[in-house]
Design a protein around this ligand. Structure first.
Ligand SMILES: Cc1cc2nc3c(=O)[nH]c(=O)nc-3n(C[C@H](O)[C@H](O)[C@H](O)COP(=O)(O)OP(=O)(O)OC[C@H]3O[C@@H](n4cnc5c(N)ncnc54)[C@H](O)[C@@H]3O)c2cc1C
Length: 391
């Protein structure tokens, strides 16, 4: 293995959160390079899976993200026109858009940032990192994508922005096996259309009432209306639909409520007083699972379903193997400072997190606690905590 390189920071992950972290660290003018590690450098999970998904965020918030730090503005100024920034600038700023617009902006920023002199892009995966407490130095091990060689970087700061994947909860029905449909597939209509057979009756079970669940219902209803006339949907939900509400200067259920086209579809077609008469209601049967009826309802209804898709949240992707002085570390995220604690509650020096896996905890004026997930929210969080990370 080559001699370890010294860097001012190592940032793991090049989704919207990792990019926000690198932009902020560059703005803080740390002495030394920032090593940035990702297998692809193409905008993370949204680019791979959710380009066709309608956003729940207005275009102006993607714009605010893209112009929040000077290094991003420098990239925008130096990118030949037309480009994803000019395309986004032409969209209605007060409306939502498809996520491909937002993620193309992230990709264009990533291209520009990785070319900056103070950034050391490493196409690969961080496999492990150990903190030597005596020297307050992390030794970060990176498996490079192209050569499969391993390299080490020494740094006082390690920032993990490693993302999350759809949660799968085990559902067992005695004597019955049901094929799972990946949520990501259901959120990508161009693939879904060829995945499901068109020439025979089939019923898809959709579990959940989240933003993703409503988008899954929307995509399946679109297929039933068009290419898959024999497709039917059973929708298993525990509670009534919850919407984000615009209050006086703030948003109630900003991170958990339905927004954008998912909210429009839900209001117009899925509410209890609308479903029996709506177009969606021709294909969807709602199965109420509240009041602890879930298992009984699964046993009753799932045997008649051919596929099951769960849209019940997102779970952190695994972190690299972390240790302190060679002893394994199970870090606990602190959603206020963006730092981590060990199992004894001690602050882990130089370890930070951001993004969907490590979001900020926010409390609204009614006292409701949520986790702030979204490009511009990651940016605001990192802007707030980054000065402590570099002090
Ligand atoms: C369906 C859906 C719709 C959404 N819509 C919106 C929206 O409209 N507006 C909005 O603002 N937000 C939206 N979000 C929320 C959020 O902005 C996205 O989830 C965003 O992709 C999260 O970015 P991230 O950088 O945290 O994670 P990711 O995009 O998942 O990026 C993580 C990156 O880390 C890399 N990685 C992981 N482990 C390692 C390792 N060990 N070494 C190196 N690299 C590693 C991964 O390969 C990946 O590239 C949506 C989320 C979902 C799921």
């Amino acid at each position: 293995m080559a001699q370890p390189q010294k860097c001012a920071a190592v940032v793991v992950g090049a989704g919207p959160a990792g990019l926000a972290v690198v932009g902020n660290l560059l703005e803080k003018q740390l002495g030394g390079k920032i090593a940035w590690v990702d297998p692809l450098f193409q905008g993370g999970r949204i680019n791979q899976r959710y380009r066709e998904v309608p956003s729940n965020t207005k275009v102006c918030y993607f714009q605010a993200y893209a112009t929040a730090v000077q290094p991003f503005r420098t990239v925008i100024e130096n990118t030949r026109i037309p480009n994803p920034f000019t395309t986004m600038a032409k969209l209605d700023q007060n409306k939502t858009c498809h996520l491909h617009h937002a993620i193309d902006v992230v990709r264009a920023l990533t291209d520009g940032i990785t070319k900056m002199e103070r950034v050391l892009p490493c196409r690969g995966v961080v496999t492990a990192a150990n903190l030597a407490e005596k020297t307050a130095t992390w030794t970060v091990r990176i498996r490079l994508q192209d050569s499969q060689d391993e390299v080490e970087v020494l740094t006082p700061r390690l920032v993990v922005c490693t993302g999350s994947s759809p949660t799968e909860v085990s559902i067992s029905i005695p004597g019955h096996h049901i094929e799972r449909l990946d949520l990501d597939l259901v959120l990508k209509p161009s693939d879904l259309v060829s995945h499901l057979p068109r020439d025979k009756p089939l019923t898809v079970a959709v579990v959940g009432a989240s933003h993703s669940a409503i988008l899954a219902l929307l995509n399946l209803v679109d297929l039933a209306r068009t290419s898959h006339p024999e497709l039917r949907i059973k929708w298993f939900t525990r509670h009534s639909l919850r919407y984000a509400e615009f209050m006086d200067g703030w948003i109630l259920r900003d991170n958990t409520g339905l927004k954008g086209s998912a909210a429009d579809f839900a209001r117009q077609q899925l509410e209890d007083d609308k479903l029996p008469h709506s177009e969606a209601g021709r294909f969807i049967t709602k199965v109420y699972c509240g009041d602890n009826q879930e298992q009984a309802q699964y046993e009753r209804h799932l045997p008649s379903c051919s596929y099951l898709v769960q849209a019940v949240g997102f779970t952190r992707d695994p972190l690299p193997e972390l240790s302190i002085n060679g002893s394994s570390l199970e870090p606990e995220f602190d959603p206020v400072s963006g730092g981590f604690r060990d199992s004894n509650g001690r602050v882990v020096r130089g370890l930070y997190g951001a993004g969907i896996a490590f979001p900020e905890r926010v409390v609204d004026p009614y006292g409701n606690v949520e986790h702030a997930v979204g490009f511009f929210k990651f940016m605001n969080f990192v802007k707030r905590v980054c000065p402590q990370w570099v002090s």
